[in-house]
Design a binder for this molecule. Structure first.
Ligand code: CAA
Length: 283
């Protein structure tokens, strides 16, 4: 199937990054959110990041202008009806995602491919709440989307081969690399990454090392671009906790028990960079 028009639901950090890379690759984008301020902020972010790419001579001024010209915004979910592909990138809460699908699906063309950028929720379960489980897939981008090379493609139990092949072609057209994952809790990246971050929080909780020594140890000792606590702040501590809970509930193994200190930070509203406070203080 030919994909030219792409709808994105949710104009946060992930939705705006996804809009950026698709528009740069020549797709026409309709970005949806319930909040006009979020849409305005997303366009500001995309503009700033495209400008950064122009100043680093990664893209030309014409490519930047073309990409911005291909992004339109809407507050109405029903406007996404004519899209060839829809990517849901809303809050990582199952009830929110299901409510979006239930409102959106009656407006979609039968051939539209529907995807979720969920970082951990069951694709099979989300697909079952739509009218097209065979045309439903997990389409998981990494943050920051314009920089990170990987896209995880997750097949639900009913996803058909044509849908998978179409999305594989889209990933190639974006200049990114796909990793295919079966539908198990947190897929591949977060199944491995989140227990490492959780263990870093335990290392802090048990007084093995300070925030800076844990991060330096992993940055300099294993050549990670960011230490695990810095990365947790970057991802959002609420997201990290939600993914640990999905692993703990879904795999029923105590090795995935979220660290009580992680829970405490989230309860305090210290969610990382987005609230200016997490393991580091950004104020
Ligand atoms: N848009 C466009 N370009 C951007 C950008 C953005 N949003 N953010 C950074 N860049 C570019 C910069 O311009 C810079 O380009 P050059 O190499 O040409 O100079 C490059 O990326 C590096 O950026 P900086 O110099 O500003 O900063 P840095 O060297 O410290 O790198 C980083 C920043 C890319 C975020 C790096 O620290 C990194 O890779 N961190 C790890 C990120 C990571 O692991 N992400 C995955 C998280 S897990 C996930 O997303 C899955 C999930 O479900 C939770």
């Amino acid at each position: 199937m030919d994909i030219t028009r792409v709808g994105i639901v949710g104009a946060g950090q992930m939705g705006s990054g996804i809009a950026h890379v698709f528009a740069l690759a020549g797709y026409d984008i309709l970005l949806n959110d319930i909040d006009q301020t979020a849409l305005d902020k997303a366009i500001e972010t995309v503009t700033r990041n495209l400008d950064r790419q122009v100043s680093k001579e990664k893209i030309s001024q014409e490519e930047r202008d073309g990409a911005l010209g291909r992004i339109a915004t809407t507050l109405e979910l029903s406007d996404l009806g004519g899209m060839d592909l829809v990517i849901e990138a809303a809050t990582e809460r199952e009830a929110v995602k299901v409510a979006i699908f239930e409102e959106l699906v009656p407006h979609l063309k039968p051939e539209t491919i529907l995807t979720s950028n969920t970082s951990s929720i069951s694709i099979t379960r989300l697909a079952s709440r739509t009218d097209r489980p065979e045309k439903f897939m997990g389409f998981h981008f990494m943050n920051p989307v314009p920089v990170m090379q990987l896209v995880e493609l997750i097949r639900g139990i009913a996803t058909d081969e044509a849908t998978y092949k179409t999305l594989l072609g889209v990933v190639e057209a974006l200049g990114k690399t796909a990793a295919s994952s079966e539908d198990f809790p947190a897929f591949i990246v977060n199944r491995i990454l989140m227990p490492m971050i959780n263990e870093a929080v335990y290392t802090l909780y048990e007084g093995v090392g300070s925030v800076s020594s844990i991060d330096s140890a992993m940055r300099l000792g294993t050549n990670h671009p960011m230490g695990p606590l810095e990365l947790a702040d970057f991802i959002g501590l609420d997201t990290c906790l939600a993914i640990m809970n999905v692993l703990h509930d879904g795999l029923a193994d105590t090795k995935y028990r979220p660290c009580p200190l992680l829970t405490k930070y989230v309860e305090a509203g210290w969610l990382g960079r987005k609230t200016d406070r997490g393991f580091y203080d950004y104020r």
